[in-house]
Ligand binder design. Sequence first.
Ligand SMILES: *Cc1c(COP(=O)(O)O)cnc(C)c1O
Length: 443
Amino acid sequence: MNLYSTKNKDNVADLKKAVMKGLPDDNGLYMPFSIPSLPQDFINNLSDYSFQEIGIKVCKSLFGDYIPTTDLEDILNTALQFPAPVVQLDEQKYILELFHGPSLAFKDFGARFMAQLMGYFNRKEEDKLVILVATSGDTGGAVAAGFYQTPGIEVVILYPSGKVSLLQEKQLTTLGHNITALEVDGTFDDCQALVKKAFLDPELNTNIRLSSANSINIARLIPQSFYYFEAFKQLSKEGDPVVFCVPSGNFGNLTAGLLAQKMGLPIHHFIAATNKNDVVPAYLDSGKYLPRASERTLSNAMDVGNPSNFARMVDIYKAFEAVDSPVESAWGDMKDAISGYAYSDSSTESAVLEVNKKYNYTIDPHGAVGYLALNEYQKSNPNTRGIILETAHPSKFLDDMERILGHNIEVPERLAVLKDREKVAHFMENSYADFRSWLLQNY
Ligand SMILES: *Cc1c(COP(=O)(O)O)cnc(C)c1O
């Protein structure tokens, strides 16, 4: 399987290189050369396949013979150990719950699959691979859980002291084994700068095999396409066309949906739902892409001002030859395929309440943004069935949820137990010299 950089089709990598490197050196994003359609017979009979089997089919189609089938089966059976159930709200509205993994958000799917693939590609190396991750909270939790006990891989997570929530911190600091937390006396940006510096340090890189668990790694995107098939399978075959509504920040989830559609899943339309960080809905509206600094909102995992996967979306829609102005050339087809809507925090709070009253369902603020967008879309497109991606469990936003609803909500056991686990973290000044010598001493 070969991939190219969205910045330059001649900058090519095979799957192993793309996964282990994460980003091409020209700062583009890796995309597969070929996204083959799956057999019609498979699409028509999805209900004959388990979630894991769907993942295997998709991977085999994308990867070809690059990874032997038995190895692929091991990877998928280990990676996909939690379900993605669809819950029906009414005849037209469905929720795809993506929060049944260890960190209670959809990022668990990508992190676990990437960990399995990296472990597989690394299996014949004698030296350990050390993954460095800077986190402002959520990504670190998914990466920690995803890589936990992956043979041959050590994970070092840098997080800003005092700037992540108690439960987020516990997700990073209580696993042990191959997961080590560094509590940095600084901000998230300081943590990220330390990691970047380490990657650029030639001497460090000759002593330690370093890699990243970057959110734009193609290995995080691919498994996110599996659950579009899995959701489709759970709806009755007869009925109105199916649209997916995707609460979006960096647009990884939505891009994965576009891949599923390219692979032949008959998705009628996409809805991109954002908070007031609305650069993509604004682009769909006007054809102009104007990234800007992000603003803080209630649905904070979507506070992104320059979505990293936008380059992949453009790549999917741009006319192949129109390389001079890809963003303009992609617009026509993209706006036909995707409708964009953006909402304020106060509308989002009303939506959380409405979903609770009307359907007795507790939706988190990110899903609530999706609910608003689906409602609006279905006003002018009534004969559709809409699936909202519920990207995180509401208890991850406990204080806001309980304030909005005015009552306590259920906290899943796997999150609740963390409160009493002992935090183990190595405290560090915001100093590259300290970070460097700590790495050299420990790995
Ligand atoms: C990361 C995240 C998002 C945004 O997903 P993208 O794929 O970056 O668009 C939405 N909701 C939650 C809860 C998230 O953690």
